[in-house]
Write a protein that binds this ligand. Structure first.
Ligand code: N01
Length: 553
């Protein structure tokens, strides 16, 4: 690993920049590069000790890209980068993605403007000088007119509040905060709470080594074979041959990948035709199982049921014990929780050293120092793995809790709904921009490309403000209201909001409920371009302080 860390600056000093970026993950790294290219002074803060964000933290066994994957889960801003980087597998392991991001940091000399191991504890807007000031746990204070919150959509761990959990005396790890030292499962009795992507990726790996694994499942899941495989040199060459064309296809695709879209509807086909297509896609595996099927799965209950039944039959065919198989049967609308790709998850339940506990029938009552106790009995364990996910999309913004005009805290502003405009800006919080925040396509889009497109738009906005002598900008309350209604209007036309998920905030007790992502796909980028073309319609502008002073004198 390259190490060119910026030492923490002297405590108590205040530094001045054009842009402060919080987070050195995929989004924060591009923010730094892009704004630096614009000639601005930029400082990035991150609590980790190197770049990578979510990929720096999520290094649990089995962690791999679980979306459409390589070689297109990547930045697109540099042809040279695309030409020189070889992706080896379709579902890259976390370490391969991290190696890519480290290469990007080296190539574009990013680390010199990033201060690692520095947690931003406070971010506050000062109306009198139209600047944000951040305070960090190393004592460094910095100020800038623009604050970019690249804080991650899946980075604030959800720690379950279960009686006695803090008394558990064995090893305990959250998948999203996995240790950097090797973790051995050898000879250990391990309990895993959670069967989302992280649980389903890690359980088969843990079971290969552990003496026993107890899977504590609250919601059974649909999961599809990842069919991870090497990327051939021909495929890599094809991806590189005409990257301009590929980039254009990525930008035109609803999810940001260079794939064709399909207009066939499940209800136009017979059950036999549907099952033949599902079977063909199942054999191929990967996220394309969901993308290359029918276009009415997320909107029609009947179409949805046809796919759900197909996957349930696959689970029954794999899991030998019928009682265990029934406990694994998902019963929500397929795709309305984040689709999961696995490497032998259901097969794992055929092993002698794996037990499934259905928490809906047999809930956890408490932990003791050496066991987890459910209603029907006690399970002695040496290790607890929390694959319990994240306070997603809005959670990291709430953890930062910036203070806007008049000291208004984001927690107060977002008490009932995640008010924002275009998924990037918030009334009362001038010159603050979120990347992959609530109201944006975020987790429904190829995230490196989505970050590039949002940050390019923000950079253009900054030029516009500079050109027009504007010192502060924020959306109007009306535009926030309209945007919120547009986001929920699109979601409500689908089955997505009808299932409890981290997309709706249902996984975090007390969180306002509502579908958080803009589901319009690439339409989003058209919408934000239109806003820019109309002189940034929906925003309120305040002249720059110097302009105001000049006018007053
Ligand atoms: O988190 P999750 P995740 N008691 O929220 C359960 C991305 N990702 O870390 O469904 C008992 O999906 C919870 O149950 P339920 C990917 O987008 C990417 O797995 O709420 N159980 C669920 O089973 C993914 O979707 C990659 O009823 C509790 C599980 O814990 C997203 O991150 C890898 C509980 C949490 O599942 C999140 O995935 C991994 C409790 N108190 C993830 N609290 C890569 O690309 C929660 N659960 C590498």
């Amino acid at each position: 690993m390259t190490s060119q860390y910026q030492p923490p600056q002297e405590s108590g000093s205040i530094e001045h920049y054009d842009v402060i970026v919080i987070g050195a993950g995929v989004s924060g790294m591009y923010a730094l590069h892009h704004f630096r290219e614009m000639g601005l002074s930029v400082r990035v803060y991150d609590g980790a000790s190197d770049v990578g964000g979510t990929w720096w933290y999520n290094r649990y066994p089995g962690a791999r890209v679980d979306g459409p994957g390589s070689p297109f889960y990547c930045y697109t801003f540099s042809d040279e980068l695309m030409q020189e980087w070889d992706w080896e597998e379709t579902q890259s392991e976390w370490s391969a993605v991290l190696a890519y991001l480290e290469h990007v940091a080296d190539k574009f000399d990013l680390r010199r403007d990033i201060q690692f191991e520095t947690w931003v504890q406070d971010a506050r807007y000062d109306e009198s000088d139209q600047r944000w000031t951040v305070e960090t746990d190393t004592g460094v204070r910095a100020s800038a007119p623009f604050l970019i919150c690249a804080v991650g959509a899946l980075s604030t761990a959800n720690m379950p509040d279960i009686p006695g959990i803090h008394d558990f005396a064995g090893e305990c790890y959250h998948t999203g905060q996995w240790p950097h030292e090797p973790v051995s499962f050898e000879g250990k009795r391990v309990a895993v709470i959670g069967t989302g992507s992280s649980g389903i990726q890690s359980i088969p790996e843990i079971a290969k080594e552990a003496a026993h694994v107890t899977v504590l499942q609250r919601t059974p899941q649909y999961s599809v074979p990842a069919n991870n495989r090497p990327i051939t040199p021909e495929e890599m060459a094809e991806a590189r041959a005409d990257f301009d064309v590929i980039r254009a296809r990525m930008r035109a695709n609803p999810g940001g990948f260079p794939f064709a879209t399909h207009s066939r509807a499940a209800l136009d086909h017979t059950p036999e035709e549907r099952n033949a297509l599902y079977e063909e896609l199942w054999q191929r595996g990967s996220f394309k199982f969901f993308l290359d099927g029918y276009n009415d799965i997320a909107v029609s209950e009947e179409a949805n049921a046809s796919l759900a039944d197909f996957i349930r039959d696959k689970i029954r065919a794999v899991v030998r014990d019928p009682e265990t198989a029934e406990k694994l049967m998902p019963d929500y609308f397929v795709m309305t929780k984040r689709p999961i790709l696995d490497n032998g998850y259901f097969e794992t339940f055929n092993r002698d050293n794996v037990t499934l506990v259905d928490l809906r029938e047999d809930p956890i009552e408490r932990f003791t120092p050496t066991s987890v106790v459910t209603r029907t009995g006690e399970h002695p364990i040496d290790m607890l793995v929390l694959a319990t996910g994240f306070d997603a999309i809005s959670g990291s913004m709430l953890r930062l809790d910036p203070k806007g005009r008049g000291g208004l805290s984001l927690k107060e502003r977002w008490q009932d709904r995640f008010h924002n405009h275009l998924g990037m800006t918030i009334a009362g919080f001038p010159n603050l921009f979120m990347i992959h925040g609530p109201g944006s396509p975020g987790v429904f889009y190829n995230m490196p490309l989505g970050a590039e497109r949002q940050l390019d738009w923000i950079g253009d906005f900054m030029w516009h403000l500079e050109k027009h002598g504007i010192g502060a900008v924020e959306p109007t309350l009306e535009s926030e209201e309209a945007w919120g209604n547009e986001v929920s209007g699109i979601a409500n036309a689908t089955l997505f909001p009808r299932t409890d998920s981290w997309w709706t905030g249902a996984n975090i007790p007390g969180k306002p409920r509502g579908f958080s992502a803009y589901l319009g796909g690439s339409l989003y980028y058209q919408r934000i371009a239109d806003v820019a073309a109309k002189g940034y319609e929906g925003f309120a502008f305040e002249p720059a302080q110097q302009t105001k002073e000049a006018e007053a004198s």
